[in-house]
Design a protein around this ligand. Structure first.
Ligand SMILES: [Ca+2]
Ligand SMILES: [Ca+2]
Ligand SMILES: [Ca+2]
Length: 485
């Protein structure tokens, strides 16, 4: 059965509230299609001159938030092509078996129930992190804490997405134990003890081989999907087979729900779906609607589903507390959007002041495309944006889009009160806005953003620097990590 009778109301409510995501982000009252169009139109929010003596300009662009799959609104044959997994881009580092199930290797935590709240994204994100740590460590992290302390202007009924989970945990705001902030009591414990520090995540949007590889390496991958609104269908949907738990959606709706991919079966028969897709194969997905949903809380989403895997993330490094002692950051809301010069490269810098005598050990930043080349420099006690004394401390190429921590080749000693600049030269092939930035968006999701001057800088060529707090209202997503001395 799709749902049990007594559980039906809860499931219907959670779907309605997740679906509400589609209309909430719109800056003005409008139908959902109009709001999605508006999101596309505000992709280019600011174009500002960088260097008054040059014609180059800087560009700022928002990341569409929530489960509104705005970039895929204009559905074309080209999109359809990539619904066949063999044609999706991505590199494969390991041989993928025809079936895999993380549950069989003890890497999936128990099925949870989000109840009447729009917290699917928090259950998916923390479920993925629980899988990452298993089987060695078994945690139940607090979805209440994540969904009530992320800093975005979103309450638990309006939802969220992986970029919000990533921002919140990369900022070291969590994860905390479920027992320290129990779910669904409309209270949070902001002082709950943070148990791990998220330092790495890879974004696998549309990269099915990469998603499968990540499931094998890290246990689970968070993905957005469309879930039908069951309000008018009494739990029955043309896209779901309640006997086999097979799900296949091929319609035009945007995503409105997040789940976890925990395995797959290439041979899952296409006849198991209510609507027959063009081929066999399904992802094994963990939902957050309790064990009474589907096959003990799990269901099988067709490889040919319109959305599965198109918006996907694996959390890949959760450190013990104390690997680094202190985080320096200006981007507590993380990757609100991106900025750049309409070319793949840019230079970025954040200037911090050391709290005490410390050793600078690592930096972190986002890469917004694959195969990003980077070089990291540090300048201690820079004179304004004169970084001439900078020393190179790391360089390399990062294959995956995502959030990455780079350990320095040699630690840098800092004295209490000393200022230090982290400078990164970045080159993301194919990108015109390669830099992740925090800024106030249309005022609906990211508002009351704190952006100061003399914090974040960007440069076209590394010689003339622009204070992006002053000129674009942005902080650069670039953090530093130190150890006490
Ligand atoms: Ca939990
Ligand atoms: Ca609570
Ligand atoms: Ca800030």
């Amino acid at each position: 059965m799709w749902i049990s009778k007594e559980n039906g109301f809860k499931i219907v409510m959670s779907l309605i509230l997740c679906t509400a995501l589609l209309v909430v982000p719109a800056p003005s009252p409008s139908a959902s299609q109009e709001s999605n169009s508006a999101q596309l139109q505000r992709e280019v929010a600011i174009i500002a001159p960088v260097d008054p003596e040059s014609d180059e300009s800087a560009e700022r662009m928002e990341v569409p938030k929530g489960n509104s799959d705005a970039q895929k609104i204009y559905y074309t044959d080209e999109d359809q092509k990539f619904n066949s997994i063999s044609e999706r881009p991505g590199s494969m580092l390991i041989t993928l078996p025809s079936t895999y199930d993380s549950r069989q290797v003890g890497r999936v935590s128990s099925v949870k129930d989000q109840g009447a709240l729009g917290t699917c994204w928090a259950f998916a994100a923390l479920g993925a992190m629980e899988s990452l740590l298993m089987p060695q460590e078994v945690y139940d992290f607090s979805e209440d804490h994540l969904s009530l302390n992320h800093g975005y202007a979103l309450d638990q009924t309006t939802g969220g997405d992986y970029s919000i989970a990533l921002a919140s945990l990369a900022a070291w705001k969590g994860p905390v134990a479920e027992s320290d902030d129990p779910y669904g009591d409309h209270e949070t414990n902001p002082d709950a003890k943070v148990l791990k520090h998220l330092q790495e995540a890879i974004i696998l949007d549309g990269n099915v081989p990469g998603i499968k590889e990540a499931v094998m390496k890290y246990g689970a991958v968070q993905s957005s999907v469309f879930s039908p609104n069951l309000e008018y269908t009494q739990g029955v949907s043309p896209f779901y087979n309640a006997n086999t738990y097979g799900f296949y959606y091929n319609g035009q709706e945007s995503t409105n729900h997040d789940i976890l991919i925990v395995g797959w079966d290439d041979a899952y028969p296409k006849t198991n779906f209510s609507l027959e897709p063009e081929g066999d194969g399904a992802f094994i997905c963990k939902n957050s609607w309790g064990e009474s949903f589907g096959d003990g809380g799990y269901y099988y989403v067709s490889y040919y589903d319109r959305h599965i895997g198109n918006k996907a993330i694996a959390y890949t490094r959760l450190d013990e507390i104390g690997v680094y002692d202190t985080i320096y950051q200006y981007d507590e809301l993380g990757w609100v959007g991106q900025i750049g010069y309409r070319k793949p490269s840019a230079h970025i810098a954040n200037i911090f002041v050391a709290n005490s005598n410390e050793a600078l050990e690592a930096v972190s930043f986002y890469t917004l495309g694959e195969n990003t080349d980077y070089a990291v420099y540090v300048a201690v006690n820079p004179l304004g944006t004169d970084f001439h004394g900078k020393v190179q401390v790391a360089s390399g190429t990062i294959q995956n889009k995502g959030y990455h921590t780079i350990d320095l080749e040699n630690e840098i000693s800092l004295q209490a009160g000393e200022s230090f600049a982290i400078i990164v030269e970045i080159n993301t092939p194919g990108s015109s806005t390669p830099i992740a930035a925090e800024f106030e968006d249309d005022g609906v999701w990211a508002k009351d953003v704190t952006v100061g001057i003399n914090e974040s800088f960007m440069s076209y060529d590394g010689s003339i620097w622009m204070d992006v707090g002053e000129s674009l209202g942005c902080n650069i997503c670039l953090k530093a990590f130190t150890k006490q001395k």
